[in-house]
Design a protein around this ligand. Structure first.
Ligand SMILES: NC(=O)c1ccc[n+]([C@@H]2O[C@H](COP(=O)([O-])OP(=O)(O)OC[C@H]3O[C@@H](n4cnc5c(N)ncnc54)[C@H](OP(=O)(O)O)[C@@H]3O)[C@@H](O)[C@H]2O)c1
Length: 503
């Protein structure tokens, strides 16, 4: 792919398949820069919304030839690579990659290197932070003017350290915590990190040094968990400190509780024993603060949870990518990022026409019911009323047609593409957010129904809810999919129960 846009400096972005790199590219494009991305596999960049607007070259930072090729003609090179989470020892791999890249950047006449690493306080550092600092020194020693930005925890959906915080807080209402949860941390919002990264491309040539970057809040890890819980609408977490949990034990425990892979979680947990608070704000001498001012921790979490909060399930979980804010999830994020999401997928084919199948889908609920296990639906309606919810009594406005925004029993129509897609968002009392989605298509001349139930649990109760009802899913969801297909083959839709009778 070779499409350059604009006439600004040519920026090489390494780590473009990673969390920071993938979000930096659109910001550089918006600033009028030309962008070339280096990735070990070009395929990993294919799903990005910006993929058609940048040049993509394959390269491995430990391989001098491909690195030289990637750097050829670049004015600015962003170094956003690290090997933690990969196979083998990360320190040696990172050292080799940094040396190769820094040397190639000097030989290629690159005018500026920008490296984002961790903070490097004056104390004995964890292996991860020590390695990050070593990479910073290699970049500075390259002779190419270098901006080494040093950040603590970055807050945004998809950031490994944020995902760890998210899962620990959401899954553990009561926590037995080791000493490291009391260490002070100065987190920073992803959008502020990107602001500093973009601006660093234009630093004067005589500036070659490290800069600490941080948000306005200094918190402990416990403080971050409590504030996360408050923003996410969870109860205050109960924290029981113990002196015995070693970082090694903690990382095993983090691995068991969260889906963040152990090889990534372990170095991150080990690093939490180091206090990571800005010791300088010299960056302010060269770069103005972010346009809306530095983003506070609560606001950064709010932004990271925005897509889930607004129930923007389509852009959050499908591979159809819509450009969003840097704090939002991206389809290329690792599968463990973005918060928990349970799904139940069903599909079936029918001899009915796609039009007829769609009629049945659009007519679901109300008098026609939900095509499976009517007693269970009725019981769910009664339970919902008892819990103060709306139950099934709302029925539907029109037996055949739906509009976006209107209600169907205890659901609301969130998305409607006539003939193709219906997405309902649950309004029943639930420990989480739920959607039910139907897609109608034609496959080899036969109509096909794809049905998907999605559940984003809130706290431990949400997870317990999903697992409690899992044994009934085949009857409820499987039966629904088959029932809709059968109904489409009948001359008239079948009635399975009457709504409005749950109380
Ligand atoms: N996320 C945070 O909270 C945070 C906080 C402070 C600082 N930082 C710093 O930000 C930088 C980027 O972190 P991130 O969170 O974006 O990491 P990430 O999501 O794990 O991405 C790492 C990237 O490095 C690439 N990579 C690894 N080895 C490579 C090699 N030999 N050649 C070419 N590419 C290679 C990976 O490419 P593949 O797809 O090929 O594996 C991936 O794109 C790191 O320096 C990190 O220390 C991050």
């Amino acid at each position: 792919m070779t499409r350059d846009e604009g006439a600004g400096p040519l920026c090489l972005v390494t780590g473009a398949s990673g969390y920071i790199g993938g979000r930096l590219v659109p910001e550089l494009l918006a600033a009028g820069h030309r962008v070339r991305c280096m990735a070990r596999s070009a395929r990993r960049l294919r799903d990005h919304p910006w993929a058609g607007r940048v040049e993509i070259v394959e390269g491995d930072a430990t391989d001098p030839a491909s690195t030289r090729h990637a750097l050829d003609g670049a004015d600015v090179a962003y170094y956003l690579i690290h090997a933690i989470g990969g196979a083998g020892g990360f320190a040696e791999n990172d050292r080799r990659a940094a040396r190769t890249f820094a040397g190639a950047a000097r030989d290629a006449g690159v005018k500026r290197l920008v490296y984002l690493g961790g903070m490097a306080p004056q104390e004995e550092l964890s292996p991860h932070l020590r390695s990050r600092a070593e990479v910073g020194r290699i970049m500075l020693d390259s002779g190419v003017p270098t901006a080494w930005l040093r950040a603590a925890v970055i807050i945004g959906s998809g950031s490994a350290s944020f995902e760890m915080l998210r899962y620990l807080t959401e899954r553990l209402p009561v926590m037995v915590t080791p000493r490291w949860v009391r260490t002070r941390i100065q987190p920073i919002a992803i959008r502020d990190v990107l602001h500093y990264l973009v601006a660093s491309a234009a630093l004067p040539p005589d500036v070659s040094r490290g800069f600490d970057i941080g948000g306005p809040d200094v918190l402990t890890y416990v403080g971050m968990m409590q504030r996360y819980a408050a923003v996410a609408g969870l109860r205050r977490r109960i924290i029981i400190p113990v002196p015995v949990l070693s970082p090694a034990l903690s990382s095993l425990w983090v691995g068991a509780i969260t889906p963040v892979p152990g090889a990534l979680a372990r170095p991150l947990v080990e690093s939490l024993r180091n206090e990571v608070v800005c010791t300088d704000d010299d960056i302010g001498r060269y770069v103005p603060p972010p346009p809306d001012g530095p983003t506070g921790f609560d606001r950064a979490v709010e932004l990271a949870l925005r897509r889930v909060r607004e129930a923007d399930v389509a852009t959050r979980w499908s591979s159809a990518s819509t450009p969003g804010a840097p704090s939002d999830p991206l389809p290329t994020d690792p599968s463990w990022a973005g918060g928990s999401l349970y799904t139940d997928d069903r599909s079936c084919r029918t001899d009915a026409s796609a039009e007829r199948l769609w009629e049945v889908v659009e007519g679901i609920g109300g008098e026609r019911g939900w095509y499976s296990f009517p007693v269970a639906w009725r019981a769910r309606g009664v339970l919902d009323r008892l819990a103060g919810g709306v139950g099934l009594r709302r029925g539907r406005r029109d037996p055949r047609r739906l509009r976006i925004g209107e209600t169907v029993d205890f659901w609301r129509v969130e998305e409607l593409e006539p003939g193709r897609l219906l997405r309902l968002r649950a309004e029943m009392r639930l420990p989480g957010l739920a959607w039910l989605e139907f897609r109608v298509s034609e496959d080899d001349g036969r109509a096909r129904l794809e049905q998907r139930a999605l559940f984003h649990p809130r706290g431990l109760a949400g997870h317990a809810y999903w697992w409690t009802f899992l044994p009934f899913h085949n009857r409820v969801f499987g039966g629904m999919c088959r029932g809709i297909a059968h109904a489409a083959e009948e001359p008239q839709p079948q009635s399975t129960y009457s709504s409005g009778t749950d109380v």
